[in-house]
Write a protein that binds this ligand. Sequence first.
Ligand code: GLA
Length: 399
Amino acid sequence: MIASEIKNYFESNYNSRPLVVKAPGRINLIGEHTDYNLGYVLPASIEKGIYFAVSGNAKAEINIETFLTSPEKITFNLKGKHTAYNAGWGNYFKAIIEILVENNYPLKGMDCVFGGDIPIGSGLSSSAALCCGFLYALSKVCEQHITREDIALIAQKAEHKIGLNCGLMDQYAVLFGKSKNALFLDCRDLSHKYIPVNLKGYSWVLINSKITHNLAVDSEYNKRRISCENIVAKIAEKRSEITSLRDVTMNDLKSIESDVNPTDYKRAHYIIAENQRVLKMIEVLNSGDAIQVGNILLEGHWAMSKEFEITTKELDYLVESGQDLEGIMGSRMMGGGFGGCTINLIKTETVEENLKKILYSYKNQTGINAEVYRLNIDDGVHIVEDVSRKEDFNKKAVK
Ligand code: GLA
């Protein structure tokens, strides 16, 4: 469902004119799993998103209705006491309301209808969009003026409550993204700047492998984090000033190789190199060197496949089949791992032909019809002033 449909539905069912908020999904150019290691990331917010229509009501309850998954409605009380829901999305709102109540944010009754076009479990951060967009809308209705920085922290806490010990990349991308730019975020001090990603003559394209994941249930994500923490703890035995992999060099790592588990070693090796890839990526984007950009994407992918071990055979296949095609500069899996999309840099004049080839051979190999989305970088969470204009934009942008 798109913005105007959600707004119309709200007006017909809740008898008031709602505020409409868009929370975008995100892509990531490079810097995977580096966020919780206090390293660098380079994500961007996209045109695919979740739209929330919201308005205050005079009751002591928050009614939320979704069209993102199958239509469903849940009523939350303002005391933050709820049992777990079957609906995955319900548990995110439950967690958010609990955190707000624990931190004494005064809540007001409100009605909220949401839906959108982010594919769920595809590495495009539908859950960060859900949490950040809802918090932003709620902060407007309750006149709380919660800052974007605080929204990011509350949304992260909600993910942790649900079971994913994530970093802050997704929330920052969703909240601070800017049209046509990637967000270079330093996850240690959360400072960020914008990097234009327009490479003349080249297009960014996402290919959804259609292998979906639920990182919060799949503890492999958290296991990767523990591996990184094990290495930091080993180094900190002798150097207590070391508190994250951000401060660990390849030489530091080598010096403890024989004292640590080889799997943890591999994981940390990947993270240290991935941080360097982010810095290198910014350099080559600035100089407009598409060949180098493609090489960094590929290097990142194969390191995630062999060292961090978070890809799937389908994602590896998508990347590998693109590697042999003229005009595909490079690709990599994106996000937490174990499914989702690849991001691809392709010479614009070869896009149609190359995508046809990849989709065909992917179908032959896996039996799956992959989906393609052209990348359009849009602004971070914002109020949609003119719902019909946004809708036109969406129709053009989404293929
Ligand atoms: C998920 C997490 C993020 C980040 C990425 C991997 O999206 O939510 O914090 O760790 O995986 O880069």
